[in-house]
Design a binder for this molecule. Structure first.
Ligand code: DX5
Ligand code: ZN
Length: 226
């Protein structure tokens, strides 16, 4: 378990695209740590969100790192444009990479942190031989493609298993949880070993998104009662 405070990454997918600038400023002025940017291609996932031109527009105004989640097939084709569009973290899906080790090296060569996302059905143990090459593992706690879905409880076991897999080999590994995260489960996720919490609808659908981010950031897993 890391002693560092957890990170909150609001997912822009849940923002109001007609007033994106306002929502970016809200995140800039909040206690959020990163922007979570969901890029979808309609092939890897059954939905299309937005692409790199929109991401570039976000990057122009964002004052915090962009954590990019590529839900696309053949992500190698887009790593360079992703970096050039402002990415600090680039996360590819395990299920979309035939040569994951090579892809991770390419991301690092661009100067970005390298992340791997696992779909809910993909076991953590499949990362055993690349765990030391990864900066961040994004455990999908919903099936990727849409915001506002129900959190999958098996995620807790995956966090613990992943922390054990990384122990002594990659103790700086960041474990990110994506999907269905909010005040109702953040304490338990932190106790299980999560470091980065993505929050889409729980932030942007809240009456006061800035306060919601502050509340998520303030959670102390040791003190919080379930
Ligand atoms: C789902 C995306 C998530 C999504 C999370 O495919 O990867 O980042 O925006 O949204 P919520 O927090 O609403 O589940
Ligand atoms: Zn995501």
């Amino acid at each position: 378990m890391s002693l560092q405070k957890h990170l909150i990454a609001p997912s822009v997918l849940a923002a109001d695209f007609a007033k994106l600038y306002d929502d970016i400023q809200m995140v800039n002025n909040s206690e959020a740590d990163w922007f979570h940017i969901d890029i979808m291609d309609g092939v890897f996932v059954p939905n299309i969100s937005f692409g790199f031109p929109v991401m570039q527009a976000i990057a122009k105004h964002a004052t915090k790192p962009l954590d990019v989640h590529l839900m696309i097939v053949d992500p190698d084709r887009y790593l360079k444009v992703c970096k050039d569009s402002g990415a600090a973290v680039i996360t590819v899906h395990y299920e979309a990479c035939t040569h994951l080790h090579r892809t991770l090296a390419a991301i690092k060569e661009l100067g970005c942190k390298a992340g791997v996302a696992l779909n809910p059905h993909t076991p953590v143990s499949l990362l055993k031989d690349v765990i030391r090459d990864i900066d961040l593992v994004c455990l999908m706690s919903v099936n990727p493609g849409f915001g506002g879905q129900k959190f999958i409880e098996q995620t807790y076991n995956k966090i613990k298993e992943l922390r054990m897999l990384a122990a002594g080999v990659n103790d700086n590994l960041l474990i990110e949880i994506d999907g269905g995260v909010g005040h109702q489960n953040i304490g338990a996720l932190l106790r299980a070993g999560a470091d980065v919490l993505v929050a889409g609808s729980s932030v942007f659908a809240a009456e006061n998104p800035t306060q919601t981010i502050a509340d998520l950031k303030a959670v102390d897993p040791q003190l919080q009662q379930i």
